[in-house]
Design a binder for this molecule. Sequence first.
Ligand code: ADP
Ligand code: ADP
Length: 228
Amino acid sequence: RQVVVRLDGVRKEFGDTTALDGVSLEIRAGEAVAVMGPSGCGKSTLLNMVAGLDRPTAGSVVVHGEDLGALRETGLALFRRHHIGMIFQFFNLLDDLPALDNVALAAQLTGTPARHARKRALELLDELGIADRRNTYPAALSGGERQRVAVARALMNRPALLLADEPTGALDSRSGEQVMDLLLDLNQIGQTLLMVTHDPRLATRCATRLVEVTDGRIARQSSLERTA
Ligand code: ADP
Ligand code: ADP
C-alpha cells in the first residue's frame, strides 16, 4: 500500500520549548491512526507539521509524495487545499455562510465552478444525512450537525488524507458517537485518517493503529482490533 505520510526525524522547537523531539512515523493508505498523549506532549504540533501549517526545525515531512519542506507558502496552501481535509474540535465553519456554501467553497477555492461545487456539496450533505440543513447557518446547527458539515467540507476535494484534531472534543456523547461512526465508515471505504484525540473511545472505535506520544516523542505504537 502507498505511503501517505512519512515523517523522518521531525524536531520542532518553539524558543526553549522542544515540542517534537525526533518523530518518525509512516502512515499507509487506508490506515486510521489515532495519536494520543497528555496535554502539551506535541500532538497538535505533529498534526500541524503533517498539514503543512507549520514547518519543522529539523527532519522531513512527506505527504502524498510531496516533500513539504521543498514547498513555499503558496505551494503549501495549494497542496493543503487539494490533498488534505481537516476537521477541528470547534468546527471552524464560516458563520456568515449557510451549510451548503461552507461545503461548496472548499471546491470553489480549487477552481471548481460554483454550479458543480454546489452539486457535489449537496450530494455529500445528503450522504451525511444533513441535506435538509443545507440552507441553515452554523449558529442554528447542533454541534453534531456542525461537525458533519465540517466533514463534508473536508471531503469535497477527495483528500488523500483526512486530519482530525479532537473531532469529538466539543460534542455531547450521542453526537460524538455519530461522528465516530462517520469516521469509521469513511475509513472502511478507504479514507486514510490521522486523528489527535483525548477520547479513548474514538481511538478504539475508529483507529487501526494507536500512536502514543510523550514529551514530543513516540513512546509506543500498537495496532488496534476495531470493536465496532
Ligand atoms: P498538545 O497538542 O499535545 O497539547 P502542543 O503540540 O499544542 O501539545 O504543544 C507542545 C508544546 O509546544 C507545549 O509545550 C506547547 O506549549 C508548545 N507550543 C505549541 N505551539 C507553540 C507555539 N506556537 N509557540 C510556543 N510554544 C508552543
Ligand atoms: P489543542 O491542544 O487543543 O490543540 P493548544 O492550546 O495546545 O490546543 O493549542 C492551540 C494553538 O495554540 C495551537 O495552534 C498551538 O500551536 C498554539 N500554542 C500552544 N501552546 C502555545 C504557546 N505556549 N505559545 C503560543 N502558542 C501556543
